[in-house]
Design a protein around this ligand. Structure first.
Ligand code: AMP
Ligand code: ZN
Ligand code: MN
Length: 920
């Protein structure tokens, strides 16, 4: 067995060597001929994805565009958010997953679906089902973002294998089945599948039952499908097949069998798990009979809320480079600083080149050039072509078990050797230049490589960006307006930018010499004073902890915290002035649970004045969107419709608190929507509850269907309203009875939010003052975070030291060049007299209860995961607004912010409890 394997490896090695000789000869010949046109291996090699015509996620840096339904929000939001919300609110709990109590026996036949007609027939069958099981197989080696190579669907009667390569452009046919609320889709571990289906086909799953979530709730010892198949069906699977090449056609018999097995037992497994969930409910003493099943459904459908997003990073290959560098240099002592600097630089170049080449050729990173080859090349930079080949081949042969099935060096390296040599011999200077050179050589005029749907917009985006830069540089003449703008800008810079570097880049090491984090001076001193660390380096200072810290950053994928941070604008790289920018607006963050907001350095970045202004404007605009989406206006809390005079006069006269009498617009809308859509089918009790909610809005009177329709519009912007009306076929006149007064509709979003929720009977609960809690938060922010939050050995990020600027806005230059306080501009002159004379900083938090309500809502509905998703959305807004190119490596839209607290951290729950106990 072993010798057989060795022989195989030797043969693989020999054939790769032969190939490389062939390629080097070919390469030399090519150089002589200088026939650039047929240089790239892709001119001869074709890949299955070449046949795709409709590619939704291309390899460019532009954000992924989601399906835009006719009445949908934007191409960046989830098109079926309303349906999923309705489902969470009123879940379907009657399951008929599988009729039989017996373990299903393997069926003799299956249906291979590979024509559009067959796919249409399948859609017709599925739309009549109540439930079906789904799984997908991916291919990721010869593609940059990966693609779905096979989809398995099983109903009670039949297994279908869909050739999603052949049918790639037609898969939209199944979109309605997947988004149909009344059909339950059973997956196992749907997190990735849900995103993959969005990425490739704009297919969105609504109504999901995930057997892995059920496992979690039942506290099963394992949650893998293999475990479930073995436990419930007595079937063992060979999970190694998962990693086979699923592009193969015809699919080998063992892979067909494996693929079928992944889906066809799922319905039966789901039946068993729901049975157990129900049993668990009966055993427990909860009143709510459906507690466990309900929870499984909720968690499953929360997965549907995810949206596919492309990873965006500061510079091409930057995060991969950081990871390689820290992995390699950490295990290595005794190298000179010169060597280290050179090594790091070379790793960065190689990673940058690799990533661009991967995008251009639609290949995975590891196919283009392996991590270990990068380390080998950067350690001893080879000069001749033969040396380069040998170095790569040796590195791959030594370490990667996959290398036997992958050509080493890859054809990408072979066929683009001249660029690769330039890179190694440092004839290309920085990463930006690498990008330009690669794109010009490969895709530019007379480029070497084929253009395709995957790489076309890499080229277009990049060319546009670099020409913009050139134009703005050449534009030397300035208008008078620009001059005065410049003067006030300078004043602003002087007044508000940070006076000294924010990041001191001091380091903290663990007692085994591993780098734990970068931080500022005050934090180092804190450790030193308490004898918890000893100084090991002077400039910039570094300490080593004298105790065992909790965890290491790499262990938890927290690359971000072991990066040296530059004192420059993360947007454009400006280094002369910068100020802090909070990516997640304080009006929300201040209400997050303590442990989620205490690690803040990830979401506070430095921006120059110009980028700051752009980012701030985008955030303000997005707050308006959040307000609309959640139905929680920026200034008003509860709403009551008091159009019927007899109702209106009473509570007013009695001085009833409208905030209690009313109802939040979101609650109202969700209830109305649920009643309109599912009112007939839902249990009597639930229907009554929902009716109560709507009745509260109408002051307690009986409600008609027209009232329900009208309730759908409450709290929406006029734009949103028009769209909904169009969809539901309502005329504007129909509801023009007073919920939305017309004359205030024009103006800022803020104005719209106020006017759209205040009705004509003058229930105006506009509130611009601050609660005690908010006031306290503001004070806290001003009195610096450094003393209160640094002490989490090993895992604590750098808390930027307190400076004079604590909030995202203070003043911005208005068009006429004056400085004005934007925070106080509430866009409504009625508030002039009541304008608070607060510190301007306060006003910026000032959306009354909006922030708190939004956060409370998220916590209640989606828990802490919801907060995570919410933070991701703000990071996305930030990234889209300024396209930051200098973010520290490891900065991640998906950053979890969930980290353990060390023994000495003031946030350590045990420590906190002890401190509290000591006080009392
Ligand atoms: P599954 O959900 O098990 O059907 O996996 C679906 C797809 O995910 C497979 O086709 C693989 O492309 C990918 N995948 C899952 N787990 C792994 C793994 N451990 N290594 C590589 N690829 C995996
Ligand atoms: Zn090429
Ligand atoms: Mn599978």
């Amino acid at each position: 067995m072993e010798s057989n394997r060795k022989l195989k490896m030797a043969i693989a090695f020999a054939s790769v060597a032969a190939l490389s000789v062939f390629f080097s000869l070919h390469y030399r010949r090519r150089r002589k001929q200088r026939s650039r046109r047929c240089a790239c291996y892709l001119r001869a090699d074709s890949k299955p994805q070449d046949s795709f015509r409709r590619v939704l996620a291309d390899n460019s840096y532009s954000p992924f565009k989601h399906l835009k339904l006719e009445d949908g929000d934007s191409s960046y939001s989830h098109p079926y958010e309303a349906e999923i919300t309705a489902l969470l609110d009123c879940p379907q709990l009657e399951f008929t997953f599988y009729p039989d109590e017996k373990i299903p026996t393997t069926r003799d036949t299956y249906t291979w679906v590979e024509t559009e007609q067959q796919l249409n027939e399948l859609a017709d069958i599925l739309i009549k089902e109540r439930v079906f099981a789904v799984d997908t197989e991916q291919h990721s080696l010869r593609s940059f973002l990966g693609f779905t190579a096979l989809m398995q669907i099983s109903t009670q009667d039949e297994d279908y294998l869909i050739d999603t390569i052949k049918l790639h452009d037609a898969m939209g046919i199944l979109r309605p089945v997947f988004s149909e609320t009344s059909i339950c889709k059973v997956f196992h571990g749907a997190d990735n599948d849900v995103l993959w289906l969005q990425r490739d086909f704009h297919i969105y799953v609504v109504n999901l039952f995930d057997t892995a979530k059920a496992c979690d709730i039942l506290s099963k010892p394992q949650r893998s499908l293999a475990y479930l198949l073995e436990t419930y069906c007595g079937i063992t699977t060979n999970k190694l097949l998962q990693r086979e090449d699923w592009r193969q056609r015809p699919l080998p018999q063992d892979m067909v069998q494996y693929a079928r097995t992944d889906a066809c037992y799922l319905l039966y497994v789901a039946r068993c798990l729901v049975g157990e969930l129900k049993q668990k409910e009966n055993e427990s003493c909860f009143d709510d009979e459906l507690h466990f099943v309900l929870e499984a459904c909720r968690r499953s459908n929360m997965i549907c809320f995810q949206r596919y997003m492309k990873d965006i990073e500061a510079a091409p290959g930057e995060s991969a480079a950081s990871s390689i560098i820290s992995r390699h240099l950490n295990g290595q002592g005794g190298e000179s600083d010169d060597f280290k600097a050179q090594f790091q630089d070379m790793v960065r170049r190689l990673c940058s080149w690799r990533e661009l080449m991967a995008r251009v050729h639609d290949e995975s990173l590891r196919f283009v050039l392996s991590d270990q080859a990068i380390v080998a090349l950067a350690s001893k930079v080879p000069t001749t072509t033969t040396d380069i080949f040998d170095t790569i081949r040796q590195a791959d042969f030594n370490t990667d078990s996959l290398s036997s099935s992958m050509p080493s060096p890859s054809p990408v390296v072979y066929s683009h050797m001249d660029g690769f040599c330039d890179l190694l011999q440092e004839r290309i200077d920085n990463c930006n230049e690498i990008s330009l050179v690669v794109l010009q050589k490969c895709l530019g005029q007379d480029g070497t490589c084929p253009l395709s749907v995957f790489n076309y917009s890499v080229l277009v985006n990049f060319t546009m960006r670099s020409t913009n830069k050139v134009v703005s540089r050449q534009n030397g003449t300035k208008s008078l307006k620009q001059v005065s703008r410049k003067a006030s800008r300078e004043l602003f810079v002087k007044k508000f930018s940070c006076k000294s570097p924010v990041y001191h880049n001091c380091r903290i090491y663990a007692n085994d010499g591993r780098l734990l984090c970068y931080c500022d001076r005050r934090k180092l001193e804190w450790y030193l004073h308490r004898g918890l660390a000893k100084l090991v380096e002077d400039d910039p200072p570094a300490v080593m902890l004298l105790f065992e810290p909790k965890g290491r950053p790499e262990d938890e994928d927290n690359e971000f915290y072991i990066q040296r941070k530059k004192n420059i604008c993360v947007g454009c790289g400006e280094g002369n002035h910068y100020l802090r920018y909070r990516i997640i607006p304080s009006c929300y963050r201040m209400h997050f649970p303590e442990h989620l907001k205490s690690h803040r350095s990830h979401d506070i970045v430095l921006l120059c004045v110009d980028c700051h202004e752009v980012a701030h404007a985008a955030a303000e605009k997005y707050k308006g969107k959040i307000a609309e989406e959640f139905g929680i206006p920026l200034f008003v809390r509860n709403i009551v419709d008091l159009r019927d005079d007899h109702v209106a006069s009473e509570p007013c006269a009695m001085g009833i608190n409208f905030e209690q009498a009313g109802i939040s617009p979101l609650e109202l809308r969700t209830a109305a929507m649920a009643l309109i859509r599912h009112g007939q089918r839902m249990p009597q009790k639930r229907r009554e509850e929902l009716m109560q909610i709507v009745m509260r809005f109408y002051g307690g009177r009986d409600i008609s269907n027209a009232d329900l329709e009208r309730a759908l519009l409450v709290g929406m912007s006029s734009h949103e309203r028009r769209r909904l009306e169009k969809k539901r076929g309502l005329s504007l006149k129909h509801s023009n009875g007073g919920i939305i007064p017309d004359k205030r509709q024009i103006g800022s979003t803020k104005k719209m939010m106020i006017s759209s929720t205040v009705n004509r009977s003058k229930v105006e609960t506009v509130d611009v003052s601050f609660s005690e809690e908010e006031q306290q938060y503001v004070n806290e922010e001003i009195t610096d975070q450094v003393e209160t939050e640094p002490i989490n050995p090993g895992m604590e990020p750098e808390a930027p030291a307190h400076d004079n600027n604590n909030e995202n806005t203070i003043c911005y230059t208005s068009q006429n060049g004056n400085l004005q306080n934007e925070g106080l501009d509430l866009g409504d002159s009625r508030n002039d007299e009541t304008q608070p004379t607060h510190n301007p900083k306060l006003s910026l938090l000032g959306h009354g209860p909006h922030g708190k309500q939004v956060v409370d809502h998220i916590l209640k509905e989606y828990g802490e995961d919801g907060i995570g998703v919410f933070c991701q959305r703000w990071r996305q807004v930030f990234v889209e607004a300024i396209n930051p190119r200098f973010l520290p490596a490891g900065w991640d839209i998906k950053h979890s912010g969930r980290r353990d607290f060390g023994e000495f951290s003031v946030y350590n729950p045990i420590k906190k409890a002890l401190a509290e106990a000591a006080k009392s």
